[in-house]
Design a protein around this ligand. Sequence first.
Ligand SMILES: Cc1cc2nc3c(=O)[nH]c(=O)nc-3n(C[C@H](O)[C@H](O)[C@H](O)COP(=O)(O)OP(=O)(O)OC[C@H]3O[C@@H](n4cnc5c(N)ncnc54)[C@H](O)[C@@H]3O)c2cc1C
Length: 480
Amino acid sequence: MRVHWHRSDIRASDNQGLAAAAESEDEGEGEALPVFVFDPDVMDHGSPPRMAFLLDALASLRETYRERGSDLLVTRGDPAEELPRLVAEYDAAGVTWNQDYSGLAVERDRRVREALADADSEYETFHDAVHHEPGSITTNNGDPYSVFSYFGEKWLDREKEDPYPEPDGDDLAEVETGAEGTNELPTLEELGFTEPDSDLPDAGTEAARERLESFCAEDIYEYGERRDFPAEERTSRLSQDIHYGTIGVREVYERTAEAMQEADSEEAEESVEAYQEELAWSEFFTQVLYYNPNVVHENYRGFENGIEWREDEAELDAWKAGETGYPIVDAGMRQLQRESYMHNRLRMIVASFLTKDLMLDWRAGYDHFRTRLVDHDTGNDNGGWQWAGSTGTDAQPYFRVFNPMKQGSDYDAECEYITEYVPELDGVDPEVIHSWHELDEAEREDHAPDYPAPIVDHDERREEAIAMYERARGEDEDDD
Ligand SMILES: Cc1cc2nc3c(=O)[nH]c(=O)nc-3n(C[C@H](O)[C@H](O)[C@H](O)COP(=O)(O)OP(=O)(O)OC[C@H]3O[C@@H](n4cnc5c(N)ncnc54)[C@H](O)[C@@H]3O)c2cc1C
C-alpha cells in the first residue's frame, strides 16, 4: 500500500501520483491510501473563498472515494510529522505526491522528504500539475525563458501525455473510520475562517468537467475573437479548477485537442490554439516562480533607483471598494467582491489603474487579489501583477498606461458588464458612462447621484507615473 498525499490535485482521475500509488507492485496488493493533510502553514496563507472552495472540492473527492469503497483520510498538522505517522500506522510501503512549485511548497517538500527518509519510508514525486516541468523547456543554453514567446512556441509544439487512468475500488485502500486520523472534514470555522461573502463556483471534478465541456462545445471556437469582452462570458472559467487540480491538465488539453479536430475553419483552429496558449502562459509563470521564488515579494526586474510608489490608504480603499469613479475599474473590482473572480481583461485594467493611475505598489494589489480571488495562484497572480506594474518578465512597457475610458468603450461599449456590477449606473446612457470623467458635478448628480466622481485625473497621473518609472530607471524625463 502507498499513501497518496493529495495537495493541489483534488481529484481521482488523471492523477499521476495517485495512479502510480495504485499501480505500485508492492508485496500484497498495490493499493493507494488517499490522504489530505490540513497544514497550518498553508492555512496561514488561506482566505475564506479559497478555503470554502477547497473544502467543497475535498468533500466531492471524498464522495468519489466512498463510492469506490474507500475514503479520503483527513488529518491536521505538519505533513513532515503526519505522513511518517500514517505510513507507520497503515504499514504503507511509501508515499507518492505531485509536485508544487512555489518557494514555500518546495521547502515543505524538502522537509517531508527528509522526515520520510528518516523513517525509512520510500517516497516518489511526480510532475503532474504541468505538462512540461520547470527545466524541460529552456533556451538553447539551457536557461529558463524569461520571455514567453519562444517558451509558448515550444510548449505548443511538444507532445502532451494522455490522461492517467482513474483507480477503481480494487486499487484503493479501505480507510478505518475512527483511526487516529479522522476522515471527517473540518468546518471553515474550525479552520479559523469565516464564511465567504461571495458566490463561488461549484467545486469538484464533475463541476470542472461541465465547465470544460460547455466551453469546448462552442465558445472555444470564438475564444480568440471574443474572450476580451467581459459581458459575453466566453472564457472557460476553469482557473480555480486548474489551480486546485479538480481536473487534470492532460484531460483539459485532450478535450481542447478534440475541439481542434472538430474545428471547421482556420479561424476556429486559431481560436483553439489561442486557448491552448493561455494554458502555456500558466506553465510559463509556474517556471518563473520556480526559478525565482522571491518574485512573490520582489520585482522580477531590477531598477537602478527603486520605484517611488505612492502611499495613499484612501485611494487604495476606493480601488478595493470599486469606488474610484472610473466605471470599468469599479465594475471589475465589484465583480471580484461579488464572485471572488474577475475577467482577465478587467484584471489587466484594474491592475494598471492601481499601479499607474494611483501609482501604488503592485504588492498592495496582489495582496488584495490573494485574499479575494478563489482562483488565486501564486505564479499566475504574481505574473499578472508584475506584468501590469511593468516590473515582470514580459511586462507591459512602463510608458504603456491603459486608458480606463478607452478600455471601457472598446470592451464594454454598451456598458452591459459595467451596469451588471455597478447598479448606480443602471439606465444611464453608455456614452455618458464612458465620458464620466468629463462631466461636471451637476451633470453627474443629474445622471447618477450615487456614483462617485473620479478620484484622480487619468491624464495627469499618466504623466506622473511615466516620470516615476523613468526616475526608477535612472533616466531623465528629457532623455526621451
Ligand atoms: C493582475 C492579474 C492577476 C491574475 N491572477 C490570476 C490568478 O491568481 N490565478 C489565475 O489562474 N490566473 C490569474 N490571472 C490570469 C487570468 O486573468 C485568469 O487565469 C483568467 O481570467 C481566469 O479565467 P478563465 O479560467 O475563464 O480563463 P481562460 O481565458 O478560459 O483561460 C484558461 C486558463 O488559462 C490560464 N490563463 C489564462 N490567462 C492567463 C494568464 N494571463 N496568465 C496565466 N494563466 C492564464 C488559466 O489557468 C485559465 O484558467 C491574472 C491576471 C492578471 C492580469
